[in-house]
Design a protein around this ligand. Structure first.
Ligand code: FEO
Length: 396
């Protein structure tokens, strides 16, 4: 599949894997994207694919270049979903020169024991393939320390590694303007929130670094090639990495027998009555946390509530909040509620999380013993009212 000016897509689709990184569900699959630049003088491969797909990958490469050799393998990112085929590529193309930065090569040796000729690049270094001139920019911690991007100055293609990537296999075409991209936007947010979410500042630095480049096409390592939708993609990554939230509330609850869920329902109903349109309710035991995290990245308001369990938080709530904390989530407005049967702990523990997360707390926490009484009902409505008023105060 030629993208432009002898730049080819040679990636593969994975519709078998259940959990990406053995953690995150893949309802639409995932693609591992790799690209081949076939210049008059030199051939360069950009990143590889998961080693399980090597056979089909090699077939794709050979269908384009036949027996011609590959001169360079450019390694933008070393996570094994992209680096997994390095050792086999080296075996099939022993003269290939690996291109990466200092940190890349520590990992190449550590993971695969691959040595041999290499070109160690630094910020702004370049590689000329004949007609295509490639320049390298380091973007550490997006989302590993060795991450870098490669910019093809000849045709304006940014090979961005995981940056601007998303979940979702490619169904037919790979360039955005030739396919229906509807499924990818939510999957981009979920990908970002779960994989890259902790690294807002490095992503901001990378965006600033790339902002001066005349980018005509973005070729990331996952999901569609972006051409028509470049502004939307950059805007989404920009907002996510600034932890900017839309008006709306995620209500995440942990409930064993439905009593705590009743409080959540009261809160949701009152938010709606107060004019908040975007309300997303998640049962923390039912919805995979990757989806809850994606919604927490999307909306500014967060109300969490759960029952007390073993004198602690309900375990699935503890698990969710620890994931939120691990992403250094910022700029969220938080309310909370909890319940207990004979000894209270949930509300106290949620207060500790609110402090740890440094979120702005609104309203008074609601604490319920056993089942909802009239005062709990009113307190829940007041909490929702406080959240709605705080969110509406930012309307323009
Ligand atoms: Fe798609 Fe960070 O690997």
């Amino acid at each position: 599949m030629e993208l432009k000016e002898k730049v080819y897509y040679v990636g593969v689709n994975d519709r078998t894997k259940a959990l990406f990184e053995n953690l995150w569900p893949l309802p639409y699959g995932v693609s591992y994207n790799s690209y081949l630049i076939v210049d008059d003088e030199m051939v360069a491969l950009i990143d590889t694919v998961d080693v399980a797909f090597f056979e089909v990958y090699l077939k794709k490469i050979r269908s384009i270049i036949g027996d011609r050799k590959i001169n360079y393998l450019i390694i933008n990112h070393m996570e094994p979903d992209h680096s997994g085929s390095i050792a086999l590529i080296k075996q099939y193309y022993p003269e290939i020169v690996l291109v990466g930065n200092k940190k890349t090569f520590e990992m190449v040796e550590g993971y695969y024991g691959v040595t041999g000729e290499r070109y160690v690049v630094g910020e702004g270094d370049f590689l000329n393939l004949g007609r295509h001139n490639l320049r390298f920019y380091l973007i550490p911690m997006v989302h590993w320390p060795e991450t870098m991007v490669t910019f093809d100055e000849t045709c304006g293609i940014l090979f961005s590694g995981d940056a601007f990537g998303c979940f979702g296999a490619l169904n037919g075409g790979c360039v955005d303007k030739l396919i229906n991209t509807d499924i990818y936007w939510n999957e981009m947010r979920r990908y970002y929130a779960n994989i890259v979410g902790k690294f807002g500042n490095p992503v901001q630095k990378a965006l600033q670094k790339c902002s001066g480049l005349p980018i005509k096409m973005i070729c990331s390592t996952h999901g569609p090639v972006w051409e028509a939708e470049i502004p939307r993609v950059i805007d989404m990554y920009d907002k996510l990495s600034r932890y900017e939230g839309e008006e709306g509330v995620v209500i995440a609850f942990g409930s064993m027998y439905g009593n705590t869920e009743e409080l959540a329902e009261v809160i949701a109903e009152e938010l709606s009555l107060q004019g908040i349109r975007n309300i997303v309710m998640h049962n923390v035991s039912h919805t995979h946390h990757s989806y809850i995290l994606a919604d927490i990245f999307r909306y500014k308001g967060l109300i969490v509530g759960c029952t007390t369990y073993n004198m602690n938080l309900y375990p699935e709530m503890e698990s969710l909040l620890s994931k939120v904390a691990a992403r250094d989530m910022k700029h969220r407005i938080m309310g909370y509620f909890g319940s207990y049967t004979w000894a209270s702990a949930a509300v106290k523990k949620l207060a500790e999380y609110a402090e740890k997360l440094k979120f702005e707390v609104v309203g008074n926490p609601v604490e319920m013993k056993q089942s909802m009484k009239a005062d709990n009902y009113l307190q829940a409505k007041e909490l929702a009212g406080a959240m709605a008023a705080r969110l509406k105060s930012e309307r323009k």
